[in-house]
Design a protein around this ligand. Structure first.
Ligand SMILES: OC[C@H]1O[C@H](O[C@H]2O[C@H](CO)[C@@H](O)[C@H](O)[C@H]2O)[C@H](O)[C@@H](O)[C@@H]1O
Length: 645
């Protein structure tokens, strides 16, 4: 747990070193729970314990509260428009004994500043139920409980025999967070938090399908990675969980990458969850105004410098060192950055038929940057720390910037720019097709290699070429056959790519889910379905995914939960569900998404803001009603013949 923000220094960091702070509430004599789950549709975790004497259920939640209209504005005040709820700055834990009796123990041992500083406990008030732990340099945290607390050095403890039907709570609060005073209030505030999550998730449109729960959990996870005061979206909730057991590929992902964030919005859009997008665009617009070049990533408060350092006092997860915070990629040049932003804005703008005027100058700058730099080498979307290369995927993304820029310019009636950017897009397209292929007709990692790279699975997904193009088919199948371990996809072969680090890495989950989508696109549906089923079988018991999977052990590797994996899961699963609909297995999802049982005109499809399936954005499928919707949408923009009728 990191305070006061998700990118702050940890207070409980035992995952990276047993001495770096921990907080346990559970049975005294059992360490492994019988089961864990999220309460459906929420971010409340429920852990069930079986002990020799009875059963207990623990619920944990970061509380969300209705916004207090008279709330004081603080230094970390909202930069975005406040909604009805805000983070309450309280971690609430409740315990109920459901059978027999359970000896309960609470052990709270904070270690501030990534374990570098111990605090001092003292009681707050006249009883034993409230205490605060004060650190010399890092503020304080408070514990409020209906148990009786005592202190053993840096450890606050409570012991209690809980009998059937009894319940207790404890709340950890910080900043201006106000903890509940008693169990009744705790229960009520847990219910408000559940309401918040239920309200949010019910804005989405989820197909009635056996895989629905994977979609719901992925969407909630992406929402959980939102930093509401600024609109920033985090790549993952952790730092330095290793990509190789015992290895050195340990990075801090508690930042906002443009790439990760805009792909997150793409996935949420697919499910009809579009409202979070505008906050992120305002976040980026603020940053881009006054800056000549947009960075590839920012701190979640908009910080520009994210200098990497190692925390050598920490032993690392299962000994994987060094532990890194900050991220050395922050000042890299990665040429996909303009394309991901333009694609995302284009998707959201065209589905709403409205554009934000303030955003346009910022977007113009991004297209111009893509056109200025696309001929240069870069570090690529995998952020390699070896020499810059002419990465094929980066050039494709520059094409995306020009292509989406041209479409947006046309929507605005800016015919001059639309024409100029269309011609630039065609030039980049031709360059990629001339230099990015090997002699088999397979797209390669960069212009001077024959190595494969899973980022090229984006070619059909972003509409650079249609899925029935032989080069697309050859690339997708080459990756499926040659860049996999036990069918799961590597982002590249580490021995063929100088990424600046040693050692192996696991298969990249985003790439495996991209392969599901790409195989579906090229018509290899049984293979896509088998891979998707396999990937879903690797989900953690809470349906969460880390960045990577070890293909041999199934172990999740890297930071956790990782937005990349979940956003790609959403798009892969929706690809296959659409195939089911096309085969007539289930009610057409497209009809559900457009808000009724029958298709309306393309105009109503877009005007009511309903999300047309993202996969149908670029190429017509002659028999589907989606293509009617799409055909009308795209027809004014002149481009490659396969894109438009
Ligand atoms: O490959 C080395 C790089 O690995 C990390 O980057 C990866 O995570 C990013 C956040 O999800 C993602 O945007 C990127 O595409 C991934 O390759 C790490 O952040 C980099 O510092 C490191 O160089």
């Amino acid at each position: 747990m990191c305070l006061p923000r998700m990118d702050g220094p940890s207070v409980f960091g035992a995952v990276l070193d047993r001495g770096a702070g921990s907080f346990r509430l559970g049975p005294a004599d059992v360490r492994v729970p019988s089961g864990r789950r999220y309460l459906p549709g929420t971010m409340i975790v429920e852990t069930t314990w079986s002990t020799p004497t009875g059963w207990a259920v623990v619920r944990d939640a970061l509380l969300v509260s209705p916004w207090q209209r008279d709330a004081r504005r603080e230094s970390d005040a909202y930069q975005r428009v406040p909604g009805d709820y805000r983070a309450a700055r309280v971690l609430l834990r409740t315990v109920r004994c459901i059978e027999g009796e359970v000896d309960l123990v609470l052990e709270c041992e904070p270690a501030f500043d990534y374990g570098r500083q111990r605090g001092t406990w003292r009681y707050a008030g006249s009883g034993y139920g409230a205490a605060e732990c004060v650190s010399p340099d890092h503020g304080q945290i408070r514990l409020t409980t209906d148990l009786s607390l005592g202190f053993e050095g840096p450890l606050a403890m409570a012991r209690h025999r809980l009998r059937e039907g009894q319940y207790v709570f404890c709340a950890l609060s910080w900043g201006d967070g106000a903890a509940p005073d008693n169990f009744a209030e705790a229960k009520q505030r847990m219910a408000v938090t559940a309401d918040f999550w239920h309200e949010w998730i019910s804005r989405g449109q989820f197909p009635d399908h056996p895989w629905r729960e994977y979609l719901v959990r992925s969407a909630l996870t992406l929402k959980g990675l939102t930093y509401a005061p600024t609109g920033a979206l985090l790549a993952a909730a952790t730092a330095s969980l290793p990509e190789t057991p015992g290895g050195e590929r340990n990075y801090d992902y508690r930042y906002s990458w443009l790439r990760d964030a805009t792909y997150m919005l793409w996935a949420l859009h697919t499910l009809g969850l579009t409202r979070d997008a505008s906050d992120f665009y305002y976040f980026i617009t603020d940053l881009a105004e006054g800056e000549s070049d947009l960075q590839i990533m920012y701190g979640i408060g908009g910080e520009r410098e994210l200098t990497e350092q190692t925390l050598d006092h920490l032993s690392g997860y299962e000994g994987a060192r060094p532990v890194r915070i900050g991220n050395g990629a922050w000042d890299q040049r990665q040429h996909d950055v303009w394309g991901v932003l333009l694609d995302s804005v284009h998707l959201h703008t065209s589905s709403r038929d409205q554009a934000d005027e303030r955003r346009w100058p910022m977007l113009v700058k991004q297209v111009e940057a893509a056109l200025k730099y696309w001929r240069d080498p870069d570090q690529g979307l995998w952020e390699v720390r070896g020499p810059a290369k002419h990465f094929t995927a980066s050039k494709v993304m520059c094409w995306v910037a020009a292509d989406r820029g041209a479409r947006l310019a046309l929507l605005r009636g800016d015919l001059g720019r639309a024409d100029e950017w269309r011609r630039a897009a065609d030039e980049i397209h031709a360059d990629v097709c001339a230099n990015g292929l090997d002699d088999r007709g397979v797209f390669c990692q960069h212009y001077e290699t024959k190595a494969l790279d899973a980022s090229l699975l984006l070619i059909p997904l972003l509409g650079f070429l249609p899925p029935d193009d032989p080069r697309v088919r050859a690339t997708v199948l080459a990756i499926a056959d040659e860049l996999t371990e036990d069918e799961l996809v590597l982002r590249y072969r580490v021995e063929e790519t100088d990424d600046g680090f040693g050692g192996e890495e696991g298969t990249f989950t985003i790439c495996s889910f991209w392969l599901v989508s790409a195989l579906t696109e090229i018509g290899e549906v049984p293979r896509a379905r088998a891979l998707c089923e396999k990937l879903l079988s690797y989900a953690s018991p809470l349906h969460l995914y880390a960045e990577e999977i070890d293909a041999h052990s199934g172990q999740h590797l890297g930071n956790f939960p990782q937005a990349f994996s979940h956003l790609a899961l959403i798009n892969a699963v929706m690809h296959l569900i659409r195939e089911d609909e096309r085969a007539g297995d289930v009610e057409p999802l497209t009809a559900l998404l457009c808000g009724g049982g029958t298709w309306r005109s393309s105009a109503s499809c877009s005007r009511n803001g309903s999300p047309r399936a993202w996969w149908s954005r670029y190429w017509p499928r002659s028999t589907s009603s989606t293509s009617r919707c799409r055909t009308r949408r795209w027809s004014p923009v002149p481009s490659a013949p396969w894109c438009y009728p």
